[in-house]
Design a protein around this ligand. Sequence first.
Ligand SMILES: [Fe+2]
Length: 277
Amino acid sequence: MADIMKKVCRADEIIGRVGGDEFAILLPETDEIKAKIIKKRIIDTAATTMLDSIVVSLAIGYAVKESADQDIKEIHIQAENRMYKDKLRYRKRVKSQTIESFINSINTKYGRERIHVERVSRYCEAMGKAMKFNEKEMNDIKTAALLHDIGKIIVPAELLNKNRKLSKKEFEVYKRHPEAGYQILKSVDEYAGLAEYVLYHHERWDGKGYPEGLKGEEIPLISRIISVADAYEVMTAQEAYQKTENKEKAIAELKNCAGSRFDPDVVKVFVSLWGQA
Ligand SMILES: [Fe+2]
């Protein structure tokens, strides 16, 4: 950090550490316009400085002392307040970027994931429409479906790409992904409201699912819908399975599991939409 500031600052400027990870720079003869330019220069330099491939992030606030009778302490407080505001804004931005980078990393680990979540989201959207969801619920279900597997970031690539059944030990690892997804989304303001839908997308209507073994309507409706759409998508995933015959088999399987694995009402809606496909 000190290197970045030294690179950016002029020789007559004084840099000092004022807290563990806080620095102050005194800029003589600097008006607001110049202060803004310096702020931008520091941000740009930090953004291109990589430390072990982590982009250096920082928040900056400034205040200008315009007359001799202004108390420098007041100016410092003003600058500090602006820095805290900047920090909040920055955190939000960084967290959304983190979500994106997680998604990219899952997509790299497991090539089919992007198509999978997009299809699940489309099924969910149509289900929401059929179930007369309002605008907020529609947005929630579409986004939750797109993010339902984000916790797979913790699952090793070799497990995601396995074509055979997972061993008991491997399945234990795989089973942690809803909880991991929950933790990730909970930490981002924008998505915190969707965290529970993701947490419960592997629960079963009969209470034999995971992670908590919730039963029936204890499971949020959006999670129950994602669960059905998810299963259908997986059953019809491969090109060969896109044939009518296999779609019929998948629908039969959903019907078969209505009341055990799946919410029977949700299956009914699903079948009414795609049962004849
Ligand atoms: Fe999942």
